[in-house]
Design a protein around this ligand. Sequence first.
Ligand code: AMP
Length: 121
Amino acid sequence: MYDKNNVFAKIARGDIPTNKIYENTHALSFYDANPVAKTHVLIIPKGEYENMFDFLHNASTEEQASFWDCVKETAKKMNCDNACNVIANVGRGTFFYQSVPHFHLHIIAGEKLQDFSDIAQ
Ligand code: AMP
């Protein structure tokens, strides 16, 4: 069940402030609080979706279009839409854990990571 108290739910509702990069009707992007590279930003839908598959199965066409618009415009603003990594962690049964249970994409760019453990929780 979706946890309404997770930190990205609070950001999406505007309950806690964040350093926004781009926002549209159903999505927003902001800087990761613990960047692993020069550019490390997060994109979230405003709706309550626990992970990427929850979003893909249950979000409306309009929400999905807004989300991808936010990904596109954020990468353009960060000047990394020709070279970056886009990562979605899903759940805790995998190599990289999802630590915040609200769907988000990481966009990471600007320098080479030492190894993937830099972004593992
Ligand atoms: P994940 O492990 O894929 O769930 O990634 C969660 C990310 O959220 C981590 O990279 C954290 O550094 C980041 N994070 C956690 N809290 C905040 C916050 N309040 N503002 C921005 N980024 C955050």
